[in-house]
Every structure is written in C-alpha cells, then in structure tokens.
Design a protein around this ligand. Structure first.
Ligand code: Q9C
Ligand code: ZN
Length: 342
C-alpha cells in the first residue's frame, strides 16, 4: 500500500513549556512519526510518497476561513504583540469548551477564541506542519478515489480533535474530515475512529451530515479527554440523526472487550453501505501508552486491522494519536498489514 508522508512536520516541535507554573511535557513529538516511518519502511509495507499540494480550498470545506487565516498568522501576530517570538499559548489556564459567542478583534482575545485547550502551542512551524499533514490525508484520499484499495496517510500533527474553528488535543486541522469531505464527492463516507480519545472534532463536523457515518470507540469521556463529548446518546442531528455512533469503553479495556465493540461498529458501517471508509488510526489504545489507559496488544491491533480490512471498502487510513514511541511502529504495521495486497 502507498504511504503518504513528508518531513514538514519537523518545525512543529517544542521543548517542554510551562503552563500555570507547571511544566508541560508535550508528548506529540516528531519522534512519533519518525518511529512509524522507520517501521513501515523496515516492514516493506509499500512505497513512501510525498503529498501533492491540493491548496486551501479543501481545508476551507471543513474549517472557517477566519480560523484558517488565524492559524496562518498567529505566530507572527503573537511575536508582534509581545515584541519577541515565542510559542502562542492560550491566556486562560483552564479549559473552556463552550465556544464564545463573539469573535474579538484584539489578538489576545483571539488567542483564546480559537482554541478550547490551553496546552497546545502554535510554534513557528505549526501552520506548515498542519497544512502538509492535511495534504497527506488529501493525497491519500485522491489515490483512493482513483482506485487504490487502501492508502495510509502518516499525518502529524493529528487532526480528529480539531473543530471547524477551534484547535485542541494536539490537533489544528481535522485531517480525516478534510479527506472525508473530498471523498464525499463520489458518495457517502463512513469514518471509523479507533484513537483512544473520542474524535470530537470529526463528530462535530459531520453531526448533521446524512452522507457521513461517524463511529468512534474511545475511553469513556466521564473519565478521559475530551470529557465533554463522546457519550453514547450523541446520535447525530437533523438529517444526520442516527449516523453518529459512539462506543465509550472503560479504563483498562483489553483486546476481547475492544473487538466485541468493534464488531458492532463494523456492522453499523456495513448497514450504512458507504462508498468509502476512512479510519482515524490512533495507536494510543495500546497497552503501555503514556496517555491512553487501554490494554490493546500488538496482536489486538493486527486483529482490528483484519476485521476492518474485511469490510473490503476502499479505505483511507489517517494517523492520529499514539504516544509510546517504542511500540508505535510495530502496532502501526500490525494494523496496516491486513490492507497490504488488498
Ligand atoms: N497532560 C490525540 O490523541 N491531553 N490527542 C493530554 C496530558 C490531551 C490527545 C494531557 C490529549 C489529546 C490526537
Ligand atoms: Zn488520542
């Protein structure tokens, strides 16, 4: 299978920074993507190809134009405001998930308006990294539209927490939503999100869309990030009612429990009969993850891959989270292998 990758994420990297007097260890690091890249190369999974530039239009099909313009200019605006270049961080030291009703003019207000998180920096290379991460997903989608059975976008930064006009959870542009929107030109799309965290951004983007089924398996938001979305009673809205399927799972979920839940999601996807499938491939459900608290083994990821591939749908796979760098590569390969030669 083709693997779409670029090293343009390297500029989105930071030494650990301080929020509220507490040092924040930013675990969404370049080493994550490098570890996966090394593993897929060693496994000879397929050719590594560079993303094609599809421009801003497909990003603007998901995100508000004023938000995208802010992401492009925030680092420079922040430097001008403070008279020195430094990471853009929200001024708030707590999380306010409700979007403010009014967009302010002043940069200090905008800094908080466009994020619902307070631990995610905008760095000098963040826009470039996020832009090319989205282009990786779009390139994978374009190849699948042309007839490739399955393509893997090795995206970094991840995307599934990004809202139409807010970043959070290490995510700035919603790569999978951008890819899925482009796939919808040919028909309905199912999105399967197996990241440890609920894909709140993706859910929000497709919540009322009758041409998208969103299925997410994740840690119960009563006890895990993103806390305010991901419950089973969130079923969609308007013409999309019934097309949002959340499966919250308890801490320490193991392979058997996970696979049983997965089968239900796969049945929902089969019933929806989409033209394409897209997968938010988080690897933070792995045992030993530094953020996630499930216990999915490498064999578990292999079996998840097998069952998803058995749907026999043209599939775009988009990398999301996963923070135990030592095992990211083998778990990615275990999942992806089922799609090789399909
Ligand atoms: N002190 C993804 O997996 N909170 N995002 C981490 C650690 C944010 C995870 C807190 C977790 C976001 C794509
Ligand atoms: Zn995650």
């Amino acid at each position: 299978m083709n693997i779409v990758y670029t090293n343009r994420h390297h500029g989105h990297a930071t030494d650990n920074f301080v929020v509220n007097g507490q040092p924040i260890e930013y675990r969404e690091t370049p080493a994550r993507a490098e570890a996966i890249l090394a593993a897929v190369q060693a496994a000879r999974l397929g050719p590594i190809i560079s993303p094609t530039d599809h421009g801003l239009a497909p990003l603007l099909a998901v995100h508000d134009a004023d938000y995208v313009a802010y992401l492009q200019t925030a680092y420079a605006q922040n430097a001008a405001y403070f008279g020195e270049a430094r990471p853009v961080l929200a001024g708030r030291d707590d999380v306010t998930f409700d979007h403010a009703p009014h967009r302010p003019e002043d940069f200090i207000g905008l800094r908080d308006y466009y994020t619902y998180d307070y631990e995610d920096p905008i760095l000098e290379g963040t826009w470039d990294a996020a832009y090319w991460s989205a282009q990786c997903a779009l390139t994978a989608a374009a190849l699948v539209r042309k007839g490739e059975p399955a393509v893997y976008a090795l995206c970094r930064p991840p995307g599934h927490h990004a809202m139409p006009d807010q970043y959070g959870g290490f995510c700035y542009l919603n790569n999978i939503a951008i890819a899925a929107r482009s796939l919808q030109a040919d028909g309905p799309v199912a999105i399967l999100d197996i990241d440890y965290h609920h894909g709140n951004g993706t859910q929000a983007i497709f919540y009322a869309d009758p041409a998208a089924l969103f299925c997410s398996l994740h840690a119960d938001p009563d006890i895990a990030y993103p806390f305010f979305w991901g419950r089973a009673d969130e079923r969609g809205d308007g013409p999309g009612m019934g097309l949002n399927y959340n499966v919250p799972l308890p801490l320490r979920t193991d392979d058997a429990t996970y696979l049983a839940a997965l089968d239900k999601a796969l049945r929902a996807i089969t019933d929806f009969a989409p033209r394409y499938l897209s997968v938010s491939l988080g690897l933070d459900a792995a045992e030993g993850d530094l953020i996630g608290k499930f216990r999915i083994t490498t064999d578990g990821f292999r079996e998840i891959g097998r069952r998803v591939a058995a749907l026999k749908l043209p599939t775009v796979i988009v990398q999301e989270g996963g923070y135990r760098v030592e095992t990211l590569g083998e778990n990615a390969v275990a999942f992806l292998w089922a799609f090789v030669g399909s």
